[in-house]
Design a protein around this ligand. Structure first.
Ligand code: FES
Length: 179
């Protein structure tokens, strides 16, 4: 059994859901509740069923956070075009130190980022490109980011997408907001 503040908080959410469920049984035959963490608390997200190539969006601290399970080909395609990027080494972008690498992630196949353009905060969209060069395109003013959230030159975005703190719990869960 896991211990520590994170585990304690999860138990509190589950307990809170159970209490609410018990109260609800008086007026309903069955209520399905998914305990939610208090706003701003670390957010555990199950990714065991997230297939390669799929993007999951969750809300954390009022912002969209993406979890993309990149394919092996997409990871391989992240190399070789650094000259097209604004900040290829993420020297002037925001990410945990554990993600200051070419794929900007703790594990190459799992990419976690705040889904807000660094220009004016619009939500970029995942677009398929030629070969494995899919990218995130911001429809507001056409900034483009690769699948590591690195901004391409030529758009108004001044930095790469922000990577939040996160950590893995085994292979099937990511906890957003904890390092
Ligand atoms: S908000 Fe994304 S390019 Fe302007």
């Amino acid at each position: 059994m896991s211990t520590g503040p994170g585990a304690a908080r999860r138990r509190i959410w589950i307990a809170g859901g159970a209490v609410a469920l018990g109260a609800g049984l008086g007026v309903a035959r069955w209520v399905v509740m998914r305990p939610q963490p208090p706003a701003g608390s670390p957010l555990p997200v199950d990714i065991g069923g997230l297939a390669p190539g799929r993007l999951l969006t969750v809300e954390w601290k009022g912002r969209a956070v993406w979890i993309l399970r990149r394919t092996a080909d997409e990871v391989a395609a992240l190399a070789g075009y650094e000259s097209e990027l604004l900040d290829p080494a993420s020297a002037h972008s925001l990410q945990p130190e554990s993600c200051r690498n070419p794929h900007r992630s703790q594990r190459p196949e799992v990419f976690v980022a705040v889904g807000q353009c660094t220009h004016q905060g619009c939500p970029p969209q995942l677009k398929s490109g030629a070969g494995n060069r899919s990218e995130f395109l911001c429809p507001c003013h056409t900034s483009k980011f690769d699948l590591a959230g690195r901004a391409f030159k030529g758009g108004p975005a001044p930095a790469n997408l922000v990577i939040p703190d996160y950590r893995f719990e085994g292979d099937g869960r990511v906890v957003i907001g904890e390092s």
